[in-house]
Every structure is written in structure tokens, then in C-alpha cells.
Unconditional design. Structure first.
Length: 126
């Protein structure tokens, strides 16, 4: 399992596997759960890696904004990757369309174009 965290205080994305607890937040409390570092802080939003890569080899995490190609055609919607009821899913940014189970789509058919924290303009434009 891999995680990243959005630090609300600093406005920066942090790779949880390549940092120390102090780099995430100086007042951070943490708990070691069998080798998985789980940070606890109101100033961090933790996002889990889906286990999938997009068509460019980029890791896909919760909170990523993606476009989707189905049957050779790129659709006109941006989707947010989210985790619910035991699986990673896609939801259009206008909240009108849902795609269940990210793992059901071929890796080559998904492209990460940003995420909800570092690219808020994508949320406003679509």
C-alpha cells in the first residue's frame, strides 16, 4: 500500500513513503500498524494509491482527476477518483455520472490530468 497526503497548512502534496513524520507536520502524532505509517492530523488529507497506473505510467491515487477512454473514444468528462464501499470508483466532476470499479478499465484508457488539491481550477472549469 502507498499513500500520499495533502498538507492543508502548507498547501503541498507529500509522498508519505519518502518522508519522515516531521516533514508531514511538526506536531504530527502517528501510529505504526505493522509497517504502515498512518499519520493523524486535521491538517492532512490522506489519499491511497489505487494500485493502477495511467496510460503514461503515472500512479493513480484517490483525489486524482482523470479523463477516460472507452472503446477507443475519449469522453468529454473529467472524473475524480474516490474510494467507497471497498473499491476505487470514478465520479464526474459535475456529480452526474459514475463509473464503478476503476480496476475494470484498461490502464491505457485512463489519464491523470491533475488532482483536486493542486489543480482546483479543473474543478471549476468542468
Amino acid at each position: 500500500m502507498k499513500f500520499r497526503a495533502w498538507n492543508k497548512k502548507t498547501g503541498r502534496m507529500v509522498d508519505c513513503e519518502k518522508t519522515t513524520p516531521l516533514a508531514l507536520h511538526p506536531d504530527l502524532l502517528s501510529e505504526d500498524l505493522g509497517g504502515v505509517f498512518v499519520p493523524f492530523s486535521n491538517e492532512l488529507e490522506i489519499m491511497q494509491y489505487t494500485g493502477l497506473k495511467d496510460k503514461n505510467g503515472r500512479d493513480i491515487y484517490e483525489g486524482d482527476i482523470v479523463i477516460l477512454c472507452e472503446q477507443g473514444n475519449w469522453d468529454n468528462f473529467y472524473y475524480e477518483v474516490y474510494f467507497r464501499l471497498g473499491s476505487f470508483n470514478l465520479q464526474s466532476l459535475d456529480k452526474k455520472y459514475y463509473k464503478c470499479g476503476v480496476c475494470h478499465f484498461p490502464d491505457a484508457g485512463i489519464e491523470v490530468i491533475g488532482n483536486t488539491h493542486e489543480n482546483p481550477e479543473l474543478l471549476e472549469s468542468k
